[in-house]
Design a protein around this ligand. Structure first.
Ligand SMILES: [Zn+2]
Length: 339
């Protein structure tokens, strides 16, 4: 009898070890900043990366801090700023003040843009004013963002895109439009850093708020990226981004939308996602009131049900080197593994 207890305790101890030894996974926390962008990533080597930070307000800062503290983060190895619009860069100086970053990665100088809204101009200026004394790396397409265990290939930055395909990619893209749309600049979205993340066989695409004309410039006529497992839906799910040339070209198994209750999840994007071959599920940070019941995914895939008194639940992705990944909804602990 004693022997049996010993065996059981040993088995429990071992299962505990496998749970808490970071399990060799790449962990991605998609934080709810109500229609902005904020993600924290941890690699198996223990490095951490902050990506954007939401609006410059106490609510978004509090949500980032809650996750960073839960993970025991004291400083970030990399702080990646996809672009300088306020819902991405607004909180960067305040996050940095709490958790300094060894390296800031961004797209470089703000391109001339007379139509940039004052709120975005102010946020971009504040970011530039914050830079002196910080270690900064400006990336262009073809560069890599340094982060252990993961190959992060920059495919778009400051309106430039890859000039030659990544290894193994470059096939014609059947979802391309007949005529390329004209470039539109009312904000810094088209300058977003877009990147392919590769962790073993797991592949993820994240393009910030890249606009459709820049997506098409990147993805047409040939797809220089190939397929991904997970697509971080661009631009909060707005239809100024997420052209089928990008969505269908990437062929994702799952997609995560960083929308707000009343921002993002445009009907055309829901259509592009639902018609994407191989796409199993769309996860959203919020129930979208503007999209309505029909265009929202089932309740278990929604991290937050309403904006008022919103607790700001996050969505967690744990990716493994064999290409499989698990997505977990922190509101209800519903999770699903994609093989
Ligand atoms: Zn945005």
């Amino acid at each position: 009898m004693k022997h049996r207890w010993l065996v059981m305790s040993l088995m429990l101890a071992f299962s505990g070890v496998s749970l808490f030894s970071a399990a060799g996974t790449l962990d991605i926390y998609v934080i709810d900043v109500e229609g902005g962008k904020a993600m924290i990533v941890q690699n198996p080597s223990g490095q951490s990366m902050m990506i954007d930070g939401g609006m410059g307000n106490a609510r978004d800062l509090g949500r980032v801090v809650a996750v960073a503290d839960e993970l025991g983060i004291k400083q970030f190895d990399v702080f990646l700023i996809t672009h300088y619009d306020v819902d991405h860069v607004g909180n960067v100086p305040s996050i940095y003040a709490k958790y300094p970053a060894k390296l800031l990665v961004d797209h470089g100088p703000l391109l001339p843009n007379p139509k940039l809204a004052p709120i975005n101009r102010k946020a971009a200026d504040a970011y530039v004013a914050f830079l002196p004394g910080k270690k900064r790396l400006t990336v262009k397409p073809g560069d890599r963002i340094p982060f252990k265990d993961v190959t992060i290939s920059v495919v778009a930055s400051n309106e430039a895109v890859l000039s030659k395909p990544l290894p193994g990619a470059g096939q014609p893209n059947s979802a391309c439009p007949a005529v390329a749309p004209e470039a539109i600049r009312n904000d810094d979205n088209a300058a977003s850093i877009g990147a392919l993340w590769q962790f073993g066989k797991f592949r993820m695409g994240d393009f910030g708020d890249l606009l459709q004309w820049a997506e098409i410039k990147l993805m047409c006529p040939n797809n220089p990226i190939g397929a991904v497992d997970l697509f971080m839906v661009s631009h909060h799910g707005l239809d100024r981004s997420n052209h089928p040339a990008l969505v269908h070209g990437l062929w994702p198994k799952a997609a995560i939308v960083n929308n707000g209750e009343r921002k993002g999840v445009s009907p055309a994007v829901v259509q592009a996602l639902r018609s994407s071959p191989g796409l199993q599920d769309v996860w959203q940070l919020h129930y979208s009131v503007t999209a309505g019941a029909e265009l929202n995914p089932p309740e278990q895939f929604l991290a937050n049900m309403k904006a008022q008194d919103c607790p700001g639940h996050y969505i967690k992705v744990s990716a493994r080197r064999d290409g499989s990944f698990t997505v977990t909804n922190s509101r209800n602990n519903f999770s699903k593994t994609y093989k």
